[in-house]
Design a protein around this ligand. Structure first.
Ligand code: GDP
Ligand code: IMO
Ligand code: MG
Length: 418
């Protein structure tokens, strides 16, 4: 295999965890470059379901080197809980490495996240409440605490004291004081110490030695801080290009970029969603697809596949292939629709408009397709799919000009046609 980026093409939860794990068999290394524990990546294999938030989805295979890059924000307490949960399922972490330049999500970031959401009222983003936005805010304001700082006690104490003062209002009345936050981090630092390193240097050496790397994106193209449906986005760059910044390696290392897309569309949180279905079909997708957030358990909003969204994802990520997931969920619907364009103020457009306000006014122009009744969760080759499913797939490929190289027909590792 070539060094490959796995990136979400929609609003997250496309099945990146499943596809990363599936491809990780052939890679020596899986590296995450952005986001934090706002992500929830699910892997189902050997009759077990694993839920990953910070840790790359390659960790299930013993021997895969897993890297959490400098572009990530890490909640050390939540990371330990994640490790304990996965550890109880038999996963081990001797191959996990964390960048010393990744930023720390502190308790005050979570408190600020929820108070800022409350203050937004009607305009709330529907964040995951994990403190992601405030942690990236401190990073960009050049005052964040980095993982490497956990090993310089004087610096750590000084930084925490500064933030305890600056964020006194939100900390008031909580269990968190400058001392308690310092002591907890020092305790955690010891457990994480064997994993903390210069991951840019490590990755560069491994790449030079010819080891193959999967770069596991988090969130999705339309949640990207620059290229997503601003302001209803996350606080980091989730598109493929950020792999280089978020890991400290050259963009020249990558040959393949696989965009993961559901066979329909979902979104958690607020913000525009032109093809959203608030009817029985949307409910069918919610129920059949078990569309509840891996991180927060919130029901996901569901709707038809949106080609203007996918064309955009092809462009801004430079996709070389598509992994289409959850095709099985569409079985049983008598007819299907795909948005092929939008009507904006009476004019037909084929591409996403610049703002969320404009996207909110877009009315999808649909093309209708025949549905199929057969359950396809056991299908193991493309020609074995019902003709209507093949027609649906081929239309998507032709419109996007990108091959669907992987078709996923169930959550399990073996329910994959490649
Ligand atoms: P990620 O954030 O992109 O990794 O996606 P999530 O794990 O948050 O959400 C995808 C959900 O769909 C998970 O529960 C997966 O187990 C499940 N899933 C993935 N692929 C398929 C598929 O092809 N069919 C079905 N029915 N479920 C799938
Ligand atoms: P994975 O990697 C789906 C959404 C939140 C909210 C917005 C901002 O599992 O695909 P944040 O907490 O990041 O400030 O929330 O972004 N969001 C996701 N939605 N999947 C994710 O990750 C998400 N990460 C953030 O729901 O709308
Ligand atoms: Mg998810």
């Amino acid at each position: 295999m070539e060094n490959t980026i796995i990136v979400g093409t929609q609003w997250g939860d496309e099945g990146k965890g499943k596809i990363t794990h599936y491809l990780a068999k052939k890679a020596g290394i899986v590296a995450r470059y952005s986001g934090g524990n706002n992500a929830g990546h699910t892997v189902v294999t050997g009759g077990k379901e694993y839920r990953l938030h910070h840790i790359p989805s390659g960790i299930i295979f013993p021997g895969t080197l897993c890297i959490m890059g400098n572009g990530m924000v890490v909640n050390p307490d939540a990371l330990l809980t994640e490790m304990d949960d996965l550890g109880s399922q038999g996963v081990e972490f001797s191959n996990l490495r964390i960048s010393d330049k990744a930023h720390v999500i502190m308790p005050y970031h979570r408190l600020l996240d929820s108070s800022q959401e409350k203050n937004r009222g009607e305009g709330r983003i529907g964040t995951t409440g994990r403190g992601i936005g405030p942690a990236y805010t401190d990073k960009i304001a050049r005052k964040g605490i980095r993982i490497g700082d956990l090993y310089d006690r004087e610096l750590l104490r000084k930084k925490i004291a500064y933030h305890a003062g600056e964020k006194a209002e939100v900390l008031e009345g909580t269990e968190f004081t400058a001392d308690s936050m310092f002591e907890r981090l020092v305790e955690i630092a010891e457990r994480l110490a064997p994993m903390v390193t210069d991951t840019s240097l490590l990755l560069h050496r491994e790449l030079k030695n010819g080891r193959k790397v999967l770069f596991e994106g988090a969130q999705g193209t339309l949640l990207d801080i620059d290229h997503g449906t601003y302001p209803y986005v996350t606080s980091s760059n989730s598109i493929a290009g950020n792999f280089s910044v978020g890991l400290g390696i050259s963009p020249m290392w990558v040959k393949e970029i696989t965009g993961v897309s559901k066979a329909y569309t979902t979104r958690v949180g607020t913000g525009p969603f032109p093809t959203e279905l608030e009817d029985g079909v949307g409910k069918y997708m919610l129920d059949k697809g078990h569309e509840y957030g891996t991180t927060t358990g919130r029901p996901r909003r569901c709707g038809w596949l949106d080609l203007p969204v996918l064309r955009y994802a092809v462009r801004v990520n430079g996709l070389t292939s598509i992994a289409l997931t959850k095709l099985d969920v569409l079985s049983g619907l008598s007819s299907l629709k795909i948005a092929v364009a939008y009507k904006l103020d009476g004019k037909e457009i084929k591409h996403l408009p610049y703002s969320s306000e404009l996207l909110d006014r877009c009315i999808p122009v649909y093309k209708e397709f025949m549905g199929w009744d057969e359950e396809i969760t056991q299908a193991n080759e493309r020609p074995g799919l019902p003709p209507a499913a093949l027609e649906y797939l081929e239309y998507i490929e032709k419109d996007l000009g990108v091959p669907v190289s992987i078709i996923s027909v169930g959550p399990g590792e073996t329910q994959t046609i490649a």
